[in-house]
Write a protein that binds this ligand. Structure first.
Ligand code: UDP
Ligand code: MG
Length: 167
């Protein structure tokens, strides 16, 4: 099994509802290492860059508002990097599929996520979908200095967050 790094972002809806601890407890059961963790105030630029593949989707604007915390009056997230065997697929599996009502009921999204009566999808967390996304996202959210070790070998990268987020 290959060791991999994957990005998890505990979204403002989960922070607001006091669910961050439960998300972490559940992910700890995977016995992966946490090699990075921080509180981030997400700005528009980081939001757009993180979700740039979804730019053309009808929910894009709402998604930018959601990840910035503007829909929940909770303007921060917890960003973490998990490291270990098959980390990407295992964290995605524990996360469950995008729509909380379609997600496995035992997954984080299936058990803790919801659609609000006003139609906002509160799906608790972001988890990288594959190796390409994971590398791009970790390099966007973290500097090498912020991680216990560099998951991408000797390659260094510029701080994505400092470049794109107003603190
Ligand atoms: N999203 C949404 N409505 C949709 C699909 C997605 O609001 O119909 C939001 C949701 O927060 C999701 C994010 O956009 O987590 C990214 O979408 P993606 O398809 O990449 O889902 P994920 O990888 O998070 O499961
Ligand atoms: Mg995705």
């Amino acid at each position: 099994m290959t060791d991999e790094a994957t990005l998890v972002v505990i979204k403002p809806d989960a922070i607001k509802r006091g669910l961050a601890g439960r998300v972490l407890s559940r992910l700890e059961e995977l016995r992966l290492e946490i090699i990075g963790a921080k509180v981030v105030r997400v700005g528009r630029e980081l939001a757009e860059e993180h979700y740039k593949a979804l730019r053309e989707r009808p929910f894009f604007e709402e998604l930018l508002e959601l990840i910035q915390g503007n829909l929940h009056d909770t303007r921060y997230v917890l960003a973490l990097v998990f490291w270990g065997p098959e980390a990407i697929a295992r964290v995605r599996q524990a996360t469950g599929s995008t729509h909380p009502e379609k997600a496995d009921p035992l997954s984080l999204r299936g058990s803790l996520g919801r659609m609000t009566t006003t139609g906002v999808m509160e799906n608790i967390l972001h988890a990288s979908a594959d190796a390409i996304d994971a590398e791009r996202e970790i390099k966007l959210w973290f500097t090498p200095q912020e991680l216990l070790h560099n998951p991408f070998g000797s390659q260094h990268w510029e701080s994505g967050v400092r470049r794109t987020v107003q603190r």
